[in-house]
Write a protein that binds this ligand. Structure first.
Ligand code: NAD
Ligand code: 6OD
Length: 475
């Protein structure tokens, strides 16, 4: 597969700007060249989106919802193309792309279509007074997304923004532009009005991402990516005081109590640590295990990590640079005296691809960088604990607050701990089980705001309140 990606603006493909290479992380081979949007190209995209926005917002919500369903049908019809694009860009397993990443695109569009079409308006009554709210779309929304779950995240934001009456300019990650290009094709084939959905490619700082976020014609920014990038975007949009929705990094804890079903806790942790090569913001990087089962849990998790490596299971890191970042944490852990229970390097079979070994460490203090900084690879550190209060305190000892898992068969403990752990999402005896109506997002460095269900619609539209004084019958 070799492609050249331009920009999709006002319903047309435009190949302008210098190009840069895109690589297959599984082999390191160049698979395509991407055009980089400069300020002028970004300006054209925003102008196209602004032109289309009033007409799009004027459609009854049921018609916008019908468009989303038509686009979801298009995603299902182009399922294999979307899988191929996602696999080529990320090196992820096609089975995962077929069962998680790509089906979520149509699911995202359908759930927001249903929720928006059925959402009631609000009215507030007082004696002699009636107030109600009118929801208005933000206008043009910049959708800036990362490389780890490209299609899932692009559609998660785009579906909600569109159904709320906004038009969008999507800026995919420079490392994974493929599935957004297929989405633009789907929109073109479906006859979506030109300018409603636009895609510009390029890098972040000093390039398309920054130009887009800072463009005065952009009314709101929804961003998923690193916490540091979130800070940079806040600075970029500060002058325009634009609404932002940020889903950022995580350093997620897993709490495993001695009464948990051990098999389920081990397999659940294998998923939560190693899925997508550990490159999911929700992945667990810190495991806390109650002391009576610590040795057995650690032995089993390490064995599974070794098996995954032998089976060449976890996907590669997204780039040579990211592999080097992950390996630098492996070296750091070793130099700080960690006990390496599994992995810790590059698998012997990695040829050209950006693979690292699934890795399990123990023995480092809670304050170590390995226990505090987001690594974003197939790696975790395991620490024993003795009491529930200690486990909760360890989980909360983080500048992040995105997700946590709790493994226990004690119902009261499950609810107690879920309430005490400071995270935007807590899973009990499972991981990454999603109901798309629930609020999704994180505390502290993990983000600002919530998306999901009506929470997305709340971000992508703003209420105006109308208050009417009711006259008495004889006035
Ligand atoms: P990143 O922050 O480097 O890049 C994300 C996007 O932002 C890319 O499109 C990039 O080009 C763009 N960008 C970079 N600098 C920019 C700038 N100054 N202005 C505007 N745009 C800019 O993130 P990444 O490395 O692609 O993704 C991995 C990170 O994303 C991890 O930290 C992970 O935890 C996080 N993430 C969080 C969630 C969540 O829901 N909380 C979901 C997925 C990923
Ligand atoms: O499931 C979702 O809706 C979502 N936003 C997942 C994010 C995963 C991060 O890597």
């Amino acid at each position: 597969m070799s492609y050249q990606n331009g920009h999709f603006i006002g319903g047309e493909w435009i190949a302008e700007g210098t190009t840069f290479a895109n690589h297959d992380p599984a082999t390191g081979a160049e698979i395509g060249r991407i055009h980089e949007a400069g300020r002028e190209t970004v300006d054209r995209a925003v102008t196209a989106a602004r032109r289309a926005q009033p007409g799009w917002a004027a459609l009854p919500v049921a018609e916008r919802a019908a468009w989303l369903r038509r686009l979801a049908d298009g995603m299902e019809a182009r399922f294999d193309d979307l899988v191929a694009a996602e696999v080529a860009d990320t090196g992820k397993d096609a089975v995962q792309a077929r069962t998680l990443d790509i089906p979520r695109g149509a699911a995202n569009f359908r759930v927001f279509a249903d929720i928006a079409a059925q959402r009631p308006d609000n009215a507030y009554h007082l004696p002699g007074t009636l107030s109600y709210t009118i929801r208005r779309p933000l206008g043009v929304v910049a959708v800036i997304v990362p490389w780890n779950l490209p299609f899932l995240l692009t559609t998660w934001k785009t579906g909600a923004a569109l159904v709320a009456g906004n038009t969008v300019v999507i800026k995919p990650s420079e490392l994974t532009p493929g599935s957004a290009a297929v989405l633009a094709d789907i929109a073109a084939q479906a006859g979506l009005p030109p300018g409603v959905l636009n895609v510009v490619n390029g890098l972040g700082a000093g390039s398309a991402g920054e130009f887009l976020a800072g463009h005065p014609g952009v009314d709101g920014v929804t961003f998923t990516g690193e916490s540091r990038t979130g800070s940079a975007i806040m600075r970029t949009v500060a002058g325009g005081v634009k609404p932002i929705s940020f889903e950022l990094g995580g350093k997620n804890a897993g709490l495993i109590f001695a009464d948990a079903r051990l098999d389920a806790a081990v397999e659940g942790s294998v998923r939560s640590v190693f899925t997508n090569g550990g490159q999911v913001c929700l992945c667990t990087e810190r495991l806390y295990v109650e002391r009576p089962i610590f040795q057995e849990f650690a032995r089993r998790l390490a064995k599974r990590a070794q098996e995954l490596s032998r089976e060449r299971e976890p996907m590669p890191m997204i780039s040579a640079g990211h592999r080097e970042k992950v390996l630098s944490y492996y070296r750091l852990a070793a130099s700080e005296g960690a006990e390496v229970l599994a992995g810790g390097g590059v698998p012997p079979w990695a040829e050209g691809g950006y693979h690292v070994e699934p890795t399990v460490f123990t023995g480092l203090p809670q304050g170590s960088r390995v226990n505090q900084e987001e690594i974003f690879g197939p790696v975790c550190h395991i620490t024993p604990f003795d009491t529930e209060a200690e486990a909760v305190a360890l989980a909360n000892d983080s500048r992040y607050g995105l997700a946590a898992t709790v493994w226990t068969r004690d119902l009261s403990r499950a609810h107690r701990v879920a309430a005490a752990v400071q995270a935007g999402l807590v899973w009990v005896n499972t991981w990454f089980l999603r109901d798309l109506r629930t609020p999704f997002g994180g505390l502290r460095l993990s983000g600002i705001g919530r998306e999901g269900g009506v929470h997305s619609l709340d971000f992508y539209s703003e209420p105006s309140t109308v208050t009417v004084k009711l006259e008495d019958a004889d006035e």
